[in-house]
Design a protein around this ligand. Structure first.
Ligand SMILES: [Fe+2]
Length: 478
């Protein structure tokens, strides 16, 4: 059986969790291969840019301040820019040069439990995703409102209220779905509680926010993502229990108070266009991300990365020292629903540990064939993501591009060729941390020749800390 250190060196992997305190903007000099003339536009991605304050580490990488990266391709050149989202919490900690806020996942303020008890302020860190609509750009964090940015300069313009439609304290998911039919972004907000409130929103092509429905559902909801089809919005209600006392008393962060309830099924919440709900239970599992969903032959199909348990860090654990053998792996499954009969069948699609599932933006909510994911390099157990994968969901065949032992991959983003007719006619872009150089690079793969040498590799002058999600827009912001 393989061990978690067989495909990578821990010190290499840890390097990618170093803060990048500087902001820069430059044309990239070092390009290997040839940039495709037809690849024109901007890759926006978001993630924690700071992993520490004045040498004191945040307790979890998800707690780091959002730093948006824009890589613009002009057909023959590439330009890099990065900028922190200037939230009030970020600015206050910049001025103080120390941690002033508790993080949701693993960060406490200095001063032990006395320094943290009853401090329930949320610091919007705007670090999870970045989406664009026309000339608008938003950095997203699911427990608060989006932050509006200038797409050209990445300057922070302020917290977005969509002309008063999204009040202070309301939330907007970091995983909205761009509807390829209407051009709208569909998203949701959730107010968790003993009975949680879910609200469905649409950001139209003109940037207007519309609320479609609001429903109260029984039980606590930790909903990071949802799946979207023309007729359904699907949420997996993870069977988690939130016991807030240790959080209130300053002993633990909020995220550390979540636990998967033993022997409790997970529940799919399937809403139709009117907001009418059908609940269908399935075997216990925890889901952060859905790859895609679609309707076919009267069935509803949802593909999701499932964990057998909630993959949290034990309180006080240094995430850079995590024992990967004890981290539950994520596996891609297909759920096939007969909504009318309220039945579901589950089939495995990819059983090696994987995350960051994406599809062509033209296939969101539609019947599709290819999913792109990050995967571990070893066959079993768990490890950092080092392999980009193209999965044929019809045949089960996998094509891969490995960066092991010294490369660590980010989310794959599929960009359709402007004249594409086939689903996989386009490129897959990923930001890869190259520990051998101590720098990051943008790798461009021809999606139809996935396992072959990259079409081009764009070398940055520095590293970019491991990030979360992003999107490509064919509009060139340079
Ligand atoms: Fe996510």
């Amino acid at each position: 059986m393989s061990t978690s250190t067989s495909t990578f060196n821990r010190a290499d992997w840890q390097q990618g969790y170093t803060s990048l305190a500087t902001e820069s903007s430059y044309w990239i000099e070092q390009v290997e291969g040839e940039l495709p003339q037809s690849l024109q536009g901007t890759l926006f991605r978001n993630g924690p840019g700071l992993l520490d304050r004045n040498g004191v580490p945040y307790g979890h990488p998800f707690d780091g301040d959002g730093m948006v990266v824009a890589v613009t391709f002009t057909g023959d050149r590439a330009h890099f820019q990065n900028r922190f989202v200037q939230t009030p919490g970020y600015l206050a900690e910049q001025r103080a040069d120390k941690i002033l806020y508790r993080g949701v996942f693993g960060t406490q303020k200095p001063g032990g439990w006395i320094g943290n008890c009853f401090d329930l302020r949320l610091k919007n860190i705007a670090n999870t995703n970045v989406i664009s609509q026309g000339d608008r750009l938003w950095a997203l964090w699911e427990a608060a409102r989006p932050y509006r940015l200038d797409p050209e300069t990445l300057e922070t313009l302020g917290e977005e209220d969509f002309n008063g439609m999204l009040a202070a304290g309301q939330t907007f998911t970091a995983h909205p779905k761009l509807d390829p039919i209407t051009g709208s972004w569909w998203g949701f907000g959730v107010q968790p509680g003993p009975r949680s409130v879910i609200t469905l929103y649409e950001i139209t092509q003109t940037g207007t926010l519309q609320q479609h429905w609001q429903r109260r559902v029984p039980g606590f909801c930790f909903l990071h993502d949802f799946a979207f089809t023309p007729n359904y919005q699907v949420f997996l209600q993870n069977p988690v229990n939130f016991a807030p006392l240790p959080y209130l008393l300053g002993w633990r962060t909020a995220g550390e108070c979540l636990e998967l309830k033993p022997n409790t099924p997970s529940k799919f919440l399937i809403f139709d266009r009117q907001g009418d709900l059908v609940e269908i239970e399935t075997d216990s599992c925890f889901v952060f991300h859905h790859a895609n969903a679609y309707e076919e032959g009267g069935r509803l199909i949802v593909d999701s990365v499932c964990y057998a348990d909630y993959p949290k860090l034990e309180p006080g654990t240094d995430y850079k020292q995590v024992n990967f053998d004890q981290v539950v792996p994520g596996k891609l499954y297909r759920f096939i629903f007969d909504v009318e009969r309220r039945t579901v069948e589950r089939q495995p699609l990819l059983l090696r540990s994987c995350e960051f599932p994406t599809v062509s933006p033209r296939s969101v909510g539609q019947p599709y064939r290819y999913a792109y994911l990050g995967m571990i390099a070893q066959e079993q157990g768990n490890a950092p993501l080092q392999v980009l994968v193209k999965l044929d969901t019809q045949t089960g065949s996998v094509e891969s591009q490995s960066f092991a032992p010294r490369g660590f991959i980010g989310e794959p983003v599929f960009v359709p060729h402007p004249e594409s007719t086939a689903e996989d006619h386009g490129w897959v872009l990923s930001l890869v941390f190259d520990a051998a150089r101590g720098c990051s690079k943008v790798v461009i793969l021809d999606a139809r020749r996935f396992g072959e040498a990259p079409v081009a590799v764009v070398y940055l002058r520095h590293h970019v800390p491991y990030g979360l999600h992003g999107n490509f827009t064919h509009r060139r912001w340079r």
